[in-house]
Design a protein around this ligand. Structure first.
Ligand code: BES
Ligand code: ZN
Length: 881
């Protein structure tokens, strides 16, 4: 039976609540199975609310234990209550105090929203709508209150008691010698989703930071005992984030303490609760033996992201959840900029664009497509998407391009100053930039309204006599569910005209589009742009730095791409040129594989990759990225329909093998350059490791007789997780001799590190082998598998569904069926994680007929399940619609 379809919430229906809550005093008596919460809310009727208007508070599975108004118990006929709603039928018209007692069961909370326990530690997750699982409340982001939290627990169970804001008082509880308490006060008014508390037996590392105006801030990171030595990188990242935000955005921290708690059961990556960030421990804990270079980079970025929310999200928050990109898109933009300043800007940009294309583009092209600011939702948890986050960040980046660096700084200054302490909107955000720049941004605002990735097509012709270059440009968004037509957007296209000497050429004049510095500003469906004074036929470099989140089709010969891969002055486009070249070549190989023909790699690709491999003047991290072929999912996306993932895998394997055997000598040379010496997690050393491991991967793919030996040797000798995991992956994915022994050695070595074991599961789940499904099924029954731990589920089931296109997309449909089984099992316990797993079906219509019918059957089976959560119901319905 279908569960009832939940009503859609619509942006156009927004209205403020009739009452507001100015202050919250919470008292939480913690006990594993029966926590008693007492909330005292100071409530005021809004001036335009009629006296006697009912007050409706949200609840989430609550049990009410007491209720009083202004200190007096209220009669049963003056309220109604269910687990999900408390309604005061005729509240006082003057400000009043409402006291609510609720009882909750943290141990039974498997959905990890509200108050739950992770390895015995009490913790909370309130975004987006988790606070209502703690007490009845106006659980919406435009109700801003000052919170005081008193936490009480058994001292032995929870010696550490943490809340938002600053610590006020703590001590023993009179007459209860086994219990103690702590009181925290947060002076900054905030929405309920930023509430947090933690109680447990935790260790910590401490440091401090002095803000630019001289405030001394105590920094602490809390972790399970024995993990204190894995916090150095996170702490260092935090201090660098705090300094950077002062220097770049003028944002200073505003409390006396900043606490981070790492927990091992967490639905998301991390959460920006005011003064008390709670993290998935994979974004805190790192050391040489258990964390890869990618883990280090992620920790730096996530720590920064959550810290940056203190201004973009917390001080200035969202009026409603439709404005989610106001905090998330902007904060992702900020963390991307931070990482760019800490590392190589070019490498960071390439990595971010790869992520955008692999996650956001497919979302934006399928049944789950939605605007950066959606207009309706049924379950808000399903809108923490790549579109809101990554495309949202791209839109902020375009805004910066359009108003310029100075305009952008002035705009953010004005936004911070004008809206501090408010819950606001995208309109208010854009208005700040319009005002300081004098630009009309109303057309630009379409980026927030319209779903889909614009396809920009460019046809160029050069007239040698007239010395002119003409570009015929069009933009179009393919029809999407609920969006048949699209409007042309403002699209900034950074560009350069490259001469035969490899340098950017000058030109005299441009007609047909506005040009600002090196940027062409498109705004119409079709435009013809004419450059005059162009002295020779240029190689066209368009969309430099990926200046807009669009698909660019500008037909270019392999030779021109090879030229730009070597000479484009824009590093992003150099990378893009080599990727486009490899993509074109791979697509030809896919067609050959489908036709059962011999797979012969194009020599121009082999040559370009050889040049990159041997060019010691390039940054190793950049070379490593440039040597990486487009992934199977990238190719599937390019193919678009009738996708046969087996052919895609074959094509990619063929090119990898050809690259390996063609460049054997260069690869051996690169391998011998592996550096030894003390481990350094910094970007430069990480780049060298990435390059060496990329070379090793091609070497292994070459089928050289000593390949397995060399990879096994690296596995045995590796003194860090990056190299060890790279070797293990090659052994397992290549099904090389020694793979099973290496897996066993890895498991034994890391038996006690949950995060390292996640990698052990992930390597096996992503092996492109026909035996993998059986392996993954066995692993789901392994003693080390834990279906209640989101990280473990992600490392096995999610990794299989998203990181193993050929096996998830097996022609017999067994891969789909396996994942569907897990979605259903998970849905009852943790709907948020189940729904996220379910999104891996979103591109099901792109498969060839046999596979897509198997995928559809799997979706149908999920759709027909009884009591499906609202989260999964929403995704499955949209996928099938
Ligand atoms: N506010 C979110 C965390 C969140 C998301 C809580 C959805 C509840 C529901 C946090 O700031 C965030 O965006 N975290 C990201 C990581 C970040 C680096 C992009 C996450 O958790 O994936
Ligand atoms: Zn965020």
């Amino acid at each position: 039976m279908r569960s009832d379809t939940a009503p859609a919430i619509r942006l156009e229906d927004y209205s403020p609540a009739p009452y507001t809550i100015k202050a919250v005093a919470l008292d939480m008596q913690l006990a594993p199975k029966a926590t008693q919460v007492h909330a005292r809310l100071t409530i005021r009727r809004l001036t335009d609310t009629l006296p006697g208007t009912p007050l409706v508070l949200d609840g989430g599975g609550l049990e009410l234990t007491s209720l009083s108004v202004n200190g007096a118990a209220i009669p049963v006929e003056s309220y109604t209550v269910t687990p999900d709603k408390l309604e005061l039928l005729s509240p006082p018209s003057e400000p009043f105090e409402l006291e609510i007692g609720t009882r909750i069961d943290p141990d039974a909370n498997t959905q990890l929203e509200g108050l739950y326990r992770s390895s015995g530690t009490y913790c909370t997750q309130c975004e987006a709508e988790g606070f209502r699982r703690i007490t009845y409340f106006l659980d919406r982001p435009d109700v801003l209150a000052v919170y005081t939290t008193r936490i009480e627990a058994r001292k032995s169970e929870a010696p550490i008691l943490l809340g938002n804001g600053n610590p006020v008082e703590s001590g023993p509880v009179p007459d209860k010698p086994e219990r103690h308490f702590a009181i925290w006060h947060d002076p900054h008014p905030k929405p309920s989703y930023l509430f947090a508390m933690v109680a447990g037996d935790l260790a910590h590392v401490a440091d401090s930071f002095t803000t630019r105006s001289g405030r001394n801030v105590d920094l602490k990171i809390y972790v399970e005992h024995g993990r204190e030595d894995k916090c150095d990188w996170a702490m260092d990242s935090l201090k660098r984030s705090m300094r950077w935000d002062e220097e770049v955005f003028g944002c200073e921290y505003d409390l006396d303490v900043f606490n981070i708690v790492a927990v091992s059961d967490f639905n998301m990556g991390a959460m920006e609760n005011k003064g008390l960030n709670i993290f998935n421990d994979k974004y805190v804990l790192a050391d040489q033996d258990t964390a890869t270079d990618q883990d280090y980079a992620n920790i730096e970025a996530v720590i920064a992201h959550e810290y940056f929310h203190n201004w973009t999200g917390n001080r200035i928050t969202c009026r409603d959840w439709f404005q989610l990109c106001l905090k998330e898109g902007l904060t992702v933009f900020r963390d991307q900029e931070f990482s760019s300043d800490m590392r190589s800007r070019a490498v960071k940009r390439i990595s971010d664009v790869r992520l955008l294309k692999s996650h956001q583009f497919p979302e934006d092209a399928g049944p789950l497509a939605h605007p950066v600011r959606p207009r309706k939702y049924t379950e808000i948890n399903n809108f923490y998407t790549a579109t809101v986050y990554e495309k949202g960040a791209e839109v902020v980046r375009m805004l910066k391009t359009l108003v310029g660096a100075e305009g952008f700084k002035a705009g953010t200054d004005l936004y911070f100053q004008r809206h501090d302490g408010e819950a606001t909107t995208i309109e208010a955000f854009l208005a700040s930039f319009a005002e300081v720049s004098g630009q009309d941004l109303s057309h630009f605002a379409l980026w927030y309204e319209q779903a889909g990735t614009p396809l920009v097509e460019v046809e160029s012709s050069y007239d040698a006599t007239a010395q002119s270059l003409t570009l015929k440009i069009s933009q179009e968004i393919a029809p999407l569910p609920g969006q048949a037509d699209s409007k042309p957007a403002v699209i900034p296209i950074r560009f350069g005209l490259i001469g035969s000497d490899g340098a950017d050429m000058a030109f005299e004049n441009v007609e047909g589009a506005e040009v600002r510095q090196d940027c062409l500003i498109l705004s119409q469906r079709r435009q013809t742009v004419r450059f005059s004074g162009v002295s020779e036929r240029p190689a066209l470099s368009l969309l430099r730095g990926f200046s807009a989140p669009v698909k660019l089709h500008a037909p270019e010969k392999d030779q021109d791409l090879a030229f730009r891969a070597a000479h484009d002055s824009d590093p992003f486009n150099r990378w893009q040129a080599s990727q486009t070249l490899a993509t074109q070549s791979l697509l030809r190989l896919v067609r050959a594989a489908e036709a059962g023909e011999e797979l012969v790699a194009d020599s121009v690709v082999l040559d370009v990759f050889g040049s990159i491999l041997s060019d010691g003047s390039l940054d190793p991290a950049f070379r490593a990225l440039s040597l990486q072929l487009p992934g199977e999912a990238d190719l599937a996306r390019e193919i678009g329909k009738n996708v046969d993932p087996t052919a895609v895998l074959k094509a990619r394997d063929a090119l990898r093998a050809a690259l390996g055997s063609t460049h054997m000598d260069l690869l051996r040379a690169a391998l011998s350059q592996r550096e030894s010496g003390p481990f350094d997690p910094g970007a430069e050393a990480a780049g060298k490791r990435a390059l060496a491991n990329q070379a090793l991967a091609y070497f292994a793919a070459s089928g050289a007789s000593d390949a397995a030996l060399i990879v096994n040797d690296l596995f045995d000798r590796a003194d860090n997780m990056t190299d060890r995991l790279a070797a293990l992956t090659l052994l397992v994915h290549g099904d090389l001799p020694g793979a099973q022994a290496a897996l066993e050695a890895f498991r034994n070595r890391h038996e006690t590190s949950s995060l390292a074991l996640d990698k052990w599961f992930m390597v096996q789940a992503t092996a492109p082998l026909s035996s993998t499904l059986k392996t993954v099924r066995d692993l789901a029954g392994h003693r080390l598998f834990d279906e209640n731990n989101p990280n473990r589920v992600r490392s096995l089931v999610h990794a299989f569904a998203t990181g193993n296109p050929s096996q998830f997309g097996r022609p017999d449909g067994a891969g789909f069926s396996f994942v569907a089984d897990h979605v259903l099992a998970l849905d009852a316990r943790n709907p948020q994680v189940a729904a996220r797993l379910l999104t891996c079906f979103r591109s099901w219509r792109a498969y060839e007929a046999q596979r897509s019918s198997h995928a559809e059957a799997a979706l149908q089976r999920i759709s027909e399940a009884e009591n499906l959560s609202r989260d999964s119901r929403d995704i499955v319905d949209r996928c099938l619609q």
